[in-house]
Structures are given as C-alpha cells and as structure tokens.
Ligand binder design. Structure first.
Ligand code: PNS
Length: 166
C-alpha cells in the first residue's frame, strides 16, 4: 500500500463545489487520486452512478485540476478493498463541521482496523461549509438555483432535468 495513492470516496449525488475543492487539494497532495463514487445501499440516490462519474469527470476537467486523477465507482465489498486494489494507503475526506467529525470518526477507525488504511481529513473551505449534496438535491427538486453550490456541468445538467428525474 502506498501513501502516494489516495482515494476520495463519496456518494457525489450530485458532486458539489465542496467535493471539487477536496479533489483539487487531494490531487495536489498525492501522486494519484482516485475519486470514487460509492454506492451507498442506505441512500436511495438521485442520479445514476454512471452519470455522477460523468459529471465528476467534466467538473474535474473544467476546473483544470492537474495531476493523475481517476474517477471510479465501487458497489461491491468494502471501500478498503478498493483502496487495496489500487494500492492506496489513504482515504481523503472533507470536514465542514463537528457533525462531519462525528460521522466520519467511526468509519476512519474501522477502515484502519480493517486494512491499516489511514483517513486524512481536509478542513473544508468556509465558503463551502453549508454546501451538501442533500441540500442541492432539495433546492433543485423545488426549482431553485443551485449554481452557487455546484460545478457548471452539474448546474447545467440539473437545469435541463425535470423534477421527476431527481
Ligand atoms: O458522500 P457520503 O454519502 O457521505 O459518503 C459515504 C461513504 C460512501 C464514503 C461511506 O458510506 C463509505 O465509506 N462506504 C463504504 C462502505 C464500507 O466500506 N463500510 C465499512 C467501513 S466504514
């Protein structure tokens, strides 16, 4: 396992500017960064996984994020299985609040117990402290403008989508 390879996992449903900032910063820290769309069976989900990946790829390209960034998906087995498969010793997560710390702590501890994988927490830019995928889903589904919170590619997609697609 290498500490030069990192995984940035999440639901990315949809990707937000907060996610993109964490991906940009992870890509600057690690030689290879896997942005991993993880299917969470506890969450019903708005966008198909393949579309989340496509929007992430577009957003990463549009943001001019440099370095080796690979967008992937994972729906079977543990997240650390994927990390081991690609030789990643680190998971990178963004932290906006104490609530995020409380949510992330058990996962970080268990992932370390399971496979020795470390979790690196990057503090979110305060500009993104209120940005979440769930808020974006809610505002978009009620016809509100989410362009301040999401990359251009996501904003464009959501503008063209009908509420039944949310
Ligand atoms: O964007 P989200 O929904 O907060 O991301 C949560 C995610 C996908 C990172 C989390 O659900 C996760 O790590 N899932 C992988 C399942 C797993 O490996 N669980 C056991 C160790 S915690």
């Amino acid at each position: 396992m290498s500490n030069r390879v990192a995984v940035v996992p999440g639901s990315f449903d949809p990707p937000t500017l907060g996610h993109l900032d964490i991906v940009r910063r992870a890509a600057a820290l690690y030689d290879e960064t896997h942005v991993l769309v993880v299917h969470n069976p506890d969450k019903e989900g708005m966008l198909p996984i393949a579309l989340r990946m496509q929007l992430l790829e577009q957003a990463i390209a549009e943001a001019g994020i440099t370095g080796r960034v690979i967008v992937g998906s994972w729906s079977v087995g543990l997240l650390v299985d994927y990390a081991q498969e690609v030789g990643a010793g680190v998971l990178v997560k963004g932290i906006r609040s104490q609530q995020d710390v409380a949510y992330e702590t058990p996962m970080a501890v268990v992932n370390n117990h399971l496979a020795g994988v470390e979790t690196v927490f990057l503090l979110a830019d305060p500009a993104n402290s209120v940005v979440s995928s769930s808020l974006v889903r809610q505002v978009a589904s009620l016809g509100g403008d989410v362009s301040p919170y999401v990359p251009g590619a996501v904003s464009q997609y959501l503008k063209g989508a009908t509420p039944s697609e949310f």
